[in-house]
Design a protein around this ligand. Structure first.
Ligand SMILES: Nc1ncnc2c1ncn2[C@@H]1O[C@H](COP(=O)(O)OP(=O)(O)OP(=O)(O)O)[C@@H](O)[C@H]1O
Length: 297
């Protein structure tokens, strides 16, 4: 049970946008898709949702290929935030359309959720604030009772309170109903603490697919201060430098073993403090140039 995206490629106006995108999206997971503006995140979502025809590749949704069984896309929910029909409509009109489109749509659940957010179904979508529009889209997705939900830049431009409301809804859906989310962002920090897996899109391709749970099980990040300027061999050999603040070195160990722990203790650092590992750290060390980093110290 999963969605497998297999070798998806897309050209627009004879320009390559996506090349051979392949990844697995497991149920009950929050997957982050990260990449700079214009790299192709929305194009990937539109291609997955069949708003754009893929030039190559397919999706296999819980064992069914979208090429042979296009209807299996019913398990996938995606609202194109740039091109949708919501603008001049009241929320209740949008809800009626979605209730027709999704077999398991729960209107009474949605009415209760909207009331809890002080959103009236009589309101016009375009008169809602940006945060209210995103909340409405997410509640619409939840009421559709679809196991795989794609959200394009759900936190873009939202204040911290709305962001936390949206995160709370997502985390609850994952925990209680095993719903899966694929969310895009051009800002790694936005996804910190939320994603189980992160995909990185660069130059038309997925250049990284990290399972953060297993990375965090073996990796450690420390702030270290040593008595002299000489960096101990164990750090140079097994660690990757993330940052330097004066004499404080922030070092990432991808595979932190008891042997490394003992060797590190033997160097008698003046300070050795474990730090939480962020997605930004993982990307910096995974995609950075290790030699160049140590060379600068
Ligand atoms: N319908 C289209 N016609 C022409 N070019 C398009 C079309 N759709 C996407 N593109 C091009 O594909 C590239 C990727 O765009 P896309 O919107 O997928 O990027 P993105 O990663 O979602 O960007 P952002 O983070 O800014 O939203 C851009 O160069 C864009 O101009």
């Amino acid at each position: 049970m999963s969605i497998q995206v297999k070798a998806l490629s897309k050209r627009i106006d004879n320009r390559e946008i996506l090349r051979g995108i392949t990844f697995t999206w497991q149920p009950g997971r929050i997957v982050g898709l990260v990449g700079r503006n214009g790299v192709g995140k929305t194009t990937l979502f539109r291609t997955m949702a069949d708003h754009y025809l893929a030039d190559e590749g397919e999706l296999v949704i819980e064992g069914q290929s979208t090429l042979q069984q296009p209807y299996c896309r019913q398990k996938l929910f995606y609202i194109d935030t740039q091109r949708h029909f919501f603008g001049g409509r009241r929320l209740r009109q949008i809800i009626t359309t979605y209730a027709l489109a999704y077999d398991d749509f729960d209107q009474s659940q949605l009415t209760a959720l909207l009331a809890a957010e002080h959103l009236s179904t009589k309101s016009y979508y375009q008169r809602l604030s940006k945060g209210q529009q995103m909340l409405f889209q997410i509640l619409l997705a939840l009421a559709s009772h679809v196991p795989y939900i794609i959200l394009d830049e759900p936190f873009d431009g939202l204040d911290i309170i709305v962001r936390e409301r949206i995160v709370a809804y997502m985390v609850e859906e994952v925990a209680e109903h095993g719903v899966s989310f694929l969310i895009s962002s051009h800002n790694l920090d936005e996804l910190d603490g939320l994603c189980d897996q992160v995909l990185f899109l660069q130059h038309h391709e997925l250049v990284a697919d990290y399972d953060l749970e297993s990375l965090r099980a073996t990796a450690r990040k420390f702030q270290l201060v040593f008595a002299d300027k000489h960096i101990p061999a164990v750090v140079k050999e097994h660690g990757q430098l993330i940052k330097v603040y004066g004499r404080v070195l922030e070092v990432y160990f991808a595979d932190y073993t008891p042997t490394i722990e003992t060797a590190l203790q033997q160097t008698q650092p003046l300070m050795m403090a474990v730090q939480p590992l962020t997605i930004t750290d993982v990307f910096r060390v995974k995609l950075g140039d290790r030699q160049a980093v140590w060379g600068g110290v």
